[in-house]
Write a protein that binds this ligand. Structure first.
Ligand code: NAD
Length: 290
């Protein structure tokens, strides 16, 4: 396929590189970064979109996505697919899909889980929203960039799945970290805590696969000085998207709301920015009950 790739940052560059290594003709554009080896350079977004079978975007937020989509949609060939893999708000995803479909294109929103390691290793999980035809058109690309793709329904549903998942993740990480901090103060050894919880009803991905306590459980960012991994800043971004969506559809999400407040405090008012989202553990350990 001829593929345009717009947004060659931490995630986009390795994803574009994997598509090129699999034999696709990939042309990339980014306002700040040069394309990785094997990917042709386009000086404008329009150039990266023209005559392409699929144009993939991997951008920071919904406003930037909407601007880029407005630029490129008129230049895409009829029947081509616009595949957005960024994490953005559900509303922006649906607006962009509507504009693309009106112009005779397929549109798929497919945010990812798996982080930079998953992007480099081609092991991402895609959660996709869009038509059956659109999903089928890009499914072979999901197979290259990832290990699993779930078609979640119409446009915007990929983003809906992503923010619901990450709201659970944020809430669970906070629960796991505050429980470790409580266990410390109760004199319970962290390894014993892990041995019990990881095989009891408190188990979770944050405990079992991404344990926030250094030296306990499998290798995780905690064992690397809380270098991300998945940065607290990105967790805050996704929690904010969950709360915007909850507000738009009048959903009651009290735990999601509290998790958003705590990550906001950690990232914007304390020293959480740039640390992994599991660095909530030392944060709780250093605090007293308010
Ligand atoms: P990043 O900031 O490294 O990359 C974004 C890229 O977009 C940058 O290189 C930037 O120069 C480029 N860009 C910005 N505006 C542009 C424009 N108008 N035209 C062309 N390029 C433009 O971010 P990232 O970590 O690669 O994340 C990309 C998306 O993936 C985000 O939506 C993020 O929430 C999501 N995501 C990230 C991770 C992660 O672990 N990093 C995990 C899952 C999802």
């Amino acid at each position: 396929m001829k593929i345009g790739f717009i947004g060659l940052g931490n995630m986009g560059a390795p994803m574009a590189s994997n598509l090129s290594k699999a034999g696709h003709e990939v042309t990339g554009h980014d306002i700040a970064n040069a394309p990785p080896e094997g990917v042709n350079a386009a000086t404008t977004a329009e150039q990266a979109a023209m005559d392409m079978d699929v144009v993939i975007t991997m951008l920071p937020n919904g406003d930037i996505l909407k601007n880029v989509a407005q630029q490129i949609i008129p230049h895409m060939k009829a029947g081509a697919t616009l595949l957005d893999c960024s994490t953005v708000d559900v509303e922006s995803a649906r607006i962009v899909a509507g504009k693309a479909e009106t112009a005779g294109l397929n549109a798929v929103d497919a945010p990812v889980s798996g982080g930079i390691g998953g992007a480099a290793g081609g092991t991402l999980t895609f959660m996709a929203g869009g038509s059956d035809v659109g999903f089928a058109a890009v499914a072979p690309l999901f197979d290259i960039m990832g290990q699993k793709a779930v078609h979640c329904g119409p446009s915007g549903n990929g983003q809906a799945a992503k923010i619901c998942n990450n709201m659970i993740l944020g809430v669970t990480m906070i629960g796991t970290c505050e429980a470790f901090a409580l266990a410390d103060k109760l004199g319970l050894d962290r390894q014993k805590m892990f041995d019990v919880v990881s095989t009891s009803s408190g188990y979770s991905w944050t405990m079992n696969a991404y344990c926030p306590a250094p030296g306990v459980g499998p290798q995780s960012p905690a064992d690397n000085g809380y270098q991300p991994g998945f940065a607290a800043d990105l967790m805050l971004k996704d929690l904010r998207l969950s709360q915007k969506a909850a507000q738009d559809v009048d959903a009651d999400t009290p735990m999601g709301k509290r998790a958003t407040e705590l990550y906001h405090q950690f990232v914007d008012e304390e020293d959480g920015s740039g640390q992994d989202f599991s660095a909530m553990l030392p944060r709780f350990v250093s605090r007293r009950r308010p």
